[in-house]
Design a protein around this ligand. Structure first.
Ligand code: SAM
Length: 279
């Protein structure tokens, strides 16, 4: 099943845990390309070995992607077929590859997807929260102040939100989410998806935080947090209006700030102004 075209970059998704999720087509492409660009050559080498595959590996990660991109484009132009993989899941999704893919496309060369696992989509597919429209937010900022500011900007978002989180920040992130969104907001935490200790916690941010606090095992591993959007449209407009008002009032007269915040958010101007007057 050799379908490898010369001078082509294949962007190949790899398992997020269960090795059986490396598709037959992914295996065929990885077996057939001239070289594999890998975020971590060691872990990709181990994955290839599990499937009896061995191809030359080229390190392409966030610290060297800029420097190696030109040489990789030249190699493709000379006729090589290359694959791009990340440590787990789909490259470019909170993973390296953006600059390389962009450069290869700018050079007029084909970039072909070999789709497969992605932790965000896996979590969304089992969360049972609205999935007709959703926002992938990736990792929240590491610093608490920046994280809360990011969350404040998402408080009124009506679409389902999908976050990646690591073990050492999951508790702090949940605490900030509760502070900004309220503990009753519906949510599902997917941990170690497709792996041995996979768990799904819910049904609210408060319930998830309590379960994580009560059991150290629930703080281990990798996490995707899926949070229901704010469907209380009136409250969402008011929250967004207040957030905008607070920012705009730093630079404008209160009446102008309230007028602009009301126009941008759809919240009643008087409700925003009243907040200011009361404060
Ligand atoms: N490109 C990957 C993808 O397609 O999902 C994501 C890479 S990002 C650097 C790694 C993050 O993805 C982890 O910190 C975690 O939030 C999430 N993740 C990856 N594998 C996971 C799994 N098996 N279960 C839950 N979350 C996972």
């Amino acid at each position: 099943m050799s379908e490898i075209t010369p001078a082509t970059l294949y962007v190949v998704a790899t398992p997020i845990g269960h090795r059986g999720d490396l598709s037959p087509r992914a295996q065929a492409v990885l077996a057939g390309v001239d070289a594999i660009c890998a975020e971590d050559t060691r872990s990709t080498g181990l994955l290839l070995a599990q499937f009896g595959l061995a191809r030359p590996l080229i390190a392409v990660h966030e610290h060297n992607e800029n420097e190696v991109t030109a040489a990789l484009v030249a190699r493709l132009q000379a006729g090589a077929a290359l694959a791009l993989v990340s440590d787990a899941g789909t490259p470019l999704v909170s993973d390296p590859g953006y600059r390389l893919v962009r450069a290869v496309r700018s050079a007029g060369l084909p970039v072909l997807p070999v789709p497969g696992p992605c932790a965000a989509i896996a979590a969304l597919s089992v969360a049972g929260l609205p999935s007709d429209r959703f926002c992938f937010e990736g990792f929240l900022p590491a610093k608490a102040s920046a994280r809360r500011e990011r969350l404040a900007g998402l408080q009124a978002e009506p679409r389902t939100l999908v976050f990646y989180e690591s073990a050492h920040r999951i508790e702090a992130a949940l605490a900030d989410l509760i502070a900004v969104f309220g503990g009753n907001r519906e949510a599902v935490l997917g941990r170690e998806l497709t792996k041995r200790f996979q768990t799904l916690l819910g049904p609210s941010l408060a319930a998830i935080a309590a379960a994580v606090a009560a059991d150290p095992n629930q703080r281990r591993g990798e996490f995707v947090l899926v949070v229901r959007g704010n469907e209380d449209h009136e409250a969402a407009r008011l929250a967004e209006g207040r957030r905008l008002y607070a920012r705009l009032a730093e630079h404008l007269k209160p009446s102008q700030a309230a007028q602009l915040a009301a126009e941008l958010s759809g919240a009643p101007r008087k409700a925003l102004y009243a907040v200011h007057q009361a404060d």
